[in-house]
Write a protein that binds this ligand. Structure first.
Ligand code: PLP
Length: 394
């Protein structure tokens, strides 16, 4: 079960198979139940098998699944409109994953540069960032582990430390080929790292000053995860380009690259495309996700529950010498330890709770936004106890 001869070995999988899900619960074949604080890595914002998603999926599957972007797709127009309404963007391109959404953003920025006579456009990217596993997006990613072995990398990225406006300013002064900045509002895979306050506003100002595109990767932070529809809405700015995926389809593959102003005019027919992207099935589900998040005020709910969990985690963990930090915004929460703690995932699993560890020493919690107080507290208790035991043992 752990290793299959029939699969290429890209994942170190835990020895557990889920056969059914409902809300924040997952069940194994023979009945054991798990509380899910990972949510398929920030994908299942509405939890597992949310009735509104299931209904949309079933109805649309019985009506029309796929045509092609050769034709008008009413549901794609509708989803584009809804996304623009909640984000303040002007247009959407639909694809099937986060990496693809970022590929679209990178291509858009390069073409934006070419249209302004910049022959070798470069994009500023961050240390510690994660943007995907395709060649361009792994080249943009600030992690050697993701890149190692896949050289030659795609050119045209300039890397600076995350959260350091001065470093971006320095690039601005010394180079004339920059066309944009690609950045996560909060580093996700990079360990739930928060930039200093006003960082995005500072980047916005620099982008305005130099005519660059501010491109936000909201693939993990978007769709109410941090207590707003999108994380940039905590500051009073708008990006020129924003990428989405993960929670937009609650598990049905869909990605989106949204653009605003001049950035929304860059692509013309023939510049970019996707066979599956924005098909009726995926768009219908995206619409159901937005409708449900809005009707149930899940952004506010994420903010409220996140506050509750953060307080609980701090109370239980702050005094432990091996805990370096407890942080979070909305239901994107982290406990950073002073040592590798990958083993905690298995320990929590054995206690019926799914958690994630990223960058080796950061416990990451991304529970569904539909959890109730009791489930939130149960997750906090599990993490506190596991972390206490873990530190005493290692
Ligand atoms: C998950 C993630 C991606 C990649 O998305 P895929 O759907 O796996 O291609 C890109 N950027 C961020 C911030 C992510 O969290």
């Amino acid at each position: 079960m752990v290793h299959s001869n029939y699969l290429i070995n890209t994942y170190d999988r835990l020895p557990v198979t889920f056969s059914r899900g409902e809300g924040a619960w997952l069940w194994e074949n023979h009945g054991q139940r798990y509380l899910d604080a990972v949510g398929g890595i920030a994908v299942c914002g509405l939890g597992h098998c949310h009735p509104a998603v299931t209904r949309a999926l079933c109805e649309q599957a019985a009506t029309l699944v796929h045509t092609s972007n050769l034709y008008q797709i009413a549901l794609q127009h509708e989803l584009g409109q809804r996304l623009c309404e909640i984000s303040g963007m002007d247009g959407a391109f639909f694809c099937n994953s986060g990496a693809e959404a970022n590929e679209a953003a990178i291509k858009l920025a390069r073409l934006y540069g070419k249209q302004r006579d910049i022959r070798h456009p470069s994009i500023i990217v961050m240390e510690g960032s994660f943007h995907g596993r395709t060649l361009a997006t792994l080249s943009a990613t600030g992690s050697r582990k993701v890149q190692a072995g896949f050289e030659p990398l795609v050119q045209g990225f300039r890397r600076v430390p995350y959260g350091d406006l001065g470093a971006v300013e320095q690039v601005a002064r010394n180079t004339s080929d920059v066309v944009g900045v690609l950045v996560e509002p909060i580093l996700g895979e990079g360990g739930i790292v928060f930039p200093p306050p006003e960082y995005l506003s500072g980047l916005r100002k620099l982008c305005d000053e130099y005519g660059w595109l501010l491109m936000l990767d909201e693939i993990q932070t978007g769709m109410c995860r941090t207590g707003k529809w999108f994380a940039y809405q905590h500051e009073i700015i708008k990006p020129d380009v924003m990428t989405l995926a993960k929670a937009l389809g609650n598990g049905i593959p869909i990605g989106a690259c949204l653009a605003r102003g001049a950035a929304a005019e860059v692509f013309q027919p023939g510049n970019h495309g996707s066979t599956f992207g924005g098909n009726p099935l995926a768009c219908r589900v995206g619409l159901a996700v937005i409708e449900t998040m809005e009707a149930d005020a899940l952004a506010a709910r994420a903010a409220e529950l996140g506050e509750r969990m953060l307080t609980g985690l701090k109370k239980g963990l702050s005094d432990l010498p091996w805990v370096k930090g407890v942080r979070g915004r909305g239901l994107m929460l982290a406990v950073e330890l002073d040592r590798p703690c990958g083993g905690l995932v298995r320990a929590a699993l054995d206690h019926g709770v799914l958690i994630n560890v990223t960058t080796g020493s950061v416990i990451r919690l991304l529970p569904p936004l539909i959890i109730d107080e009791q489930q939130a507290d149960q997750i906090v208790d599990a993490v506190v106890h596991a972390t206490q035991r873990f530190g005493q043992r290692t």
